[in-house]
Write a protein that binds this ligand. Structure first.
Ligand code: UDP
Length: 331
């Protein structure tokens, strides 16, 4: 039997590259697409030699053409960290809106099932805790995160519209904070920031007083949840994340212990509209997908630390600091 064909956008990114690995493992023909604005070919270079893998350097905000059959589309192209939206706000809006529209059109023309990557950011700075899928969110459309949050909210709306009006098979995953190997060192996210700082012998930068919370999911758990959602028949949004919630101060302590760094923590301004708390309610995923995370933070962090330790000195130093870092942290 010939292989099922899947298009993965954002394939050279952190999540996209892990999805490529998973679909190759499941014996799909993987068509990977990325415009490499925030993605990195190093994340998928091990796949180029495979006959069931191909790569297109393309921006999905422009018309997407794929020759031949297509059975599944996973839309994971988007800048995804606050520091990236600040640097490329228009592209962020376009990939979530125009890009999603193009891929929905492609799915319709190929009669393919499409899963779009949404985010806990649709809940904004949530007034409900933990967040379940019924909650509509608390989002500032004109704040620095608005370009991402509103693009993703539009993405959900247009995806549902294609489902309702064109009977397209659609899936929406709301992804909470996820970590693991291949995260970018300079994307401003807290985990690569802290581990990078520890490895370079710098102080760890806590934004605000560190009392804000996040709940971190290891990437393999996330990929399993996404795979199950794609294969399910559920068209409404589903939270996928790890409910194990922790304050950023506690998280810094864990990284200090893990890395054995003798540096201390320093405090910086809290970025504008930084959510105070975040924890997924995964009751729905447990019920529908029979899924829950399996990998504890200590296990996941150990694997992730090994990855960051394996980077070259050049990567660790040259790619470490984002030039917009100060703009992002100062109100
Ligand atoms: N954060 C921090 N120090 C850093 C980078 C981030 O204290 O060097 C904080 C940030 O303000 C936020 C949390 O860590 O409260 C998670 O930030 P991240 O950018 O990883 O994800 P998001 O805010 O999108 O959940």
């Amino acid at each position: 039997m010939s292989r099922k064909r899947v298009l993965i956008t954002g394939a050279a990114g952190f999540l996209g590259s892990h999805l490529c690995d998973r679909f190759i493992k499941e014996d799909f023909h993987v068509i990977a697409m990325d415009n490499l604005i925030t993605g990195d070919l190093r994340n998928i270079e091990h796949l180029f030699k495979l006959e069931n893998f191909e790569f297109y350097n393309h921006d999905v905000s422009k018309f997407v053409h794929i020759p031949g059959e297509l059975h599944y589309i996973l839309h994971f192209a988007s800048p995804a960290s606050p520091i990236d939206y600040l640097k490329i706000p228009i592209q962020t809006l376009k990939v979530g809106s125009l890009g999603t529209h193009n891929l929905l059109g492609l799915a319709k023309s190929k009669n393919a099932r499409i899963l779009v990557a949404s985010t806990s950011e649709v809940y904004g700075d949530p007034a409900v805790h933990p967040q379940n899928e019924e909650y509509w969110g608390n989002v500032n459309p004109v704040g620095p995160r608005g370009v991402y949050d509103e693009a993703k909210r539009f993405q959900e709306a247009i995806t549902m519209a294609y489902h309702t009006f064109h009977q397209l098979e659609t899936r929406i995953v709301r992804i909470f904070n996820t970590y693991g190997p291949r995260m970018r060192l300079n994307d401003g996210r807290v985990l690569p920031a802290f581990i990078g700082q520890a490895l370079r012998g710098e102080d760890l930068t806590i934004f605000g007083d560190g009392s804000q919370t996040r709940s971190f999911c290891y990437v393999d758990d996330l990929v399993e949840g996404i795979y199950r959602l794609l294969m399910s028949d559920y068209a409404y949004p589903v939270n996928v994340g790890n409910p194990d919630e922790i304050t950023i101060s506690e998280f810094a302590e864990e990284i200090i212990k893990l890395t054995g760094t003798t540096q201390k923590v320093v405090y910086k301004d809290l970025p504008v509209d930084d959510p105070k708390q975040r924890q997924p309610d995964i009751t729905l995923a447990r019920e529908i997908l029979k899924w829950e995370p399996k990998i504890s933070r200590s296990e996941g962090l150990a694997i992730t630390y090994d990855y960051f330790k394996s980077l070259s000195k050049e990567q660790l130093y040259k790619e470490a600091h984002h030039k917009d870092f100060n703009k992002y942290t100062t109100k």
